[in-house]
Design a protein around this ligand. Structure first.
Ligand SMILES: [Zn+2]
Ligand SMILES: [Zn+2]
Ligand SMILES: [Zn+2]
Length: 348
């Protein structure tokens, strides 16, 4: 993600900030320009045409809406179909965490310039979100995080760090985050939009990822019954990706978005790596390009690999787990390249 600045004093501010910590100005994010604007009435630079999205008053959004827009929600919040019952106190904090992740996702999708609405003549409806808790009133119902027909459902419990870490350990996942869920589930949405609607893409997809028509429940059952020791690393970015070709695509897609967002951050920080090695050719990189505008996937991946080694080394210095607990095999590289090129053709 890019580095934002306070328009009043130029101090750097985070994407989620509503206030500049240096000069005290009130700030909001403007999706259409992808920058922070001032909303202080007394500042010469403040834009009088905008107000906060109504979810700002729930501490769940800092995006701006035009004052003359009849819709009170910003373009990110307007994708919500269901939000949790906020009269239950523990729902509020969890929902706010989901919104942080979702807003970062929507930022990437804006950068990618992809249409989130239903297209004419398409079987795929527009993108929407249900954030559900299995506690609603006295009733208990099972909520599964997943995707169906444009609708992404996220189980509110995923925003509970203890719960998420428990699941992560239980299923031996090296990486499980809220933003990872959002990226994964949108992968299913864009598969329908980019791949399923295009015969040529679909056959390329099947050649690389496998047959998407294979029975979903059977494939997942086989995956959960599989004995430990299955060698998935060669072909897949994660073990879960090996469960079904559509899960493989969604995992690869999510991974692609991780790479893009992180490299964009590196670009805005002007990161350069010149490691002190006898031969550093393959481990050097310079973030001198915005990955969102880069057509050549090789350039992206050539910058990415040295960076992952550097950030993992930094984390290890802090006694933390690897920031990037993945290995990209040749096969996975081809899949990521396919995601990049398919998406590039699809972008507006
Ligand atoms: Zn400021
Ligand atoms: Zn909003
Ligand atoms: Zn999935």
């Amino acid at each position: 993600m890019k580095i934002f600045q306070c328009p009043q004093c130029s101090h750097p501010v985070y994407f989620e900030n509503t206030l500049c910590l240096k000069c005290g100005s009130s700030l909001g994010f403007l999706g259409s320009r992808q920058e922070m604007i001032l909303i202080d009435g007394n500042s010469y630079a403040a834009d009088p045409n905008y107000r906060y999205c109504s979810n700002y008053y729930q501490n769940a959004c800092n995006w701006m809406v035009r004052k003359d827009d009849p819709i009170e929600l910003c373009q990110a919040c307007n994708l919500n179909r269901t939000i949790p019952d906020l009269s239950i106190p523990e729902h509020v904090g969890k929902w706010q965490k989901l919104e942080v992740a979702k807003h970062r996702l929507v930022y990437s999708l804006l950068k990618l310039n992809v249409d989130l609405n239903a297209a004419n003549n398409s079987r795929v409806p527009g993108l929407a979100f249900d954030f559900l808790s299995h506690h609603s009133g006295n009733q208990h119902k099972k909520v599964m995080t997943g995707y169906l027909n444009g609708l992404i459902t996220i189980n509110l419990d995923e925003a509970d760090n203890v719960h998420r870490e428990y699941i992560r350990e239980k299923f031996s996942e090296p990486y499980r985050t809220l933003i990872g869920h959002f990226r994964h589930e949108t992968g299913h949405y864009f598969w329908e939009k980019i791949i399923r609607e295009n015969d040529q893409k679909l056959s390329q997809f099947r050649w690389l990822f496998g047959d998407d028509t294979q029975d979903y429940n059977q494939a997942l059952q086989a995956y959960y019954n599989r004995k430990a020791g299955f060698q998935w690393q060669h072909q897949y970015i994660s073990e879960y990706a090996s469960s079904h070709p559509l899960e493989d695509w969604a995992e690869t897609w999510a991974h692609y978005l991780h790479v893009m967002d992180t490299l964009e951050t590196a670009f805005y920080f002007g990161m350069v790596l010149q490691p002190k090695l006898d031969d550093n050719a393959s481990m050097s990189m310079s973030s001198d390009f915005d990955p969102y505008t880069e057509k050549d996937f090789k350039r992206i991946i050539d910058a990415w690999l040295p960076m992952t080694y550097a950030v993992n080394s930094i984390n290890r210095s802090m006694g933390l787990q690897d920031l990037y607990p993945f290995v990209i095999s040749e096969q996975v590289l081809n899949k990521l390249k396919f995601v990049h090129e398919s998406l590039f053709e699809f972008r507006l």
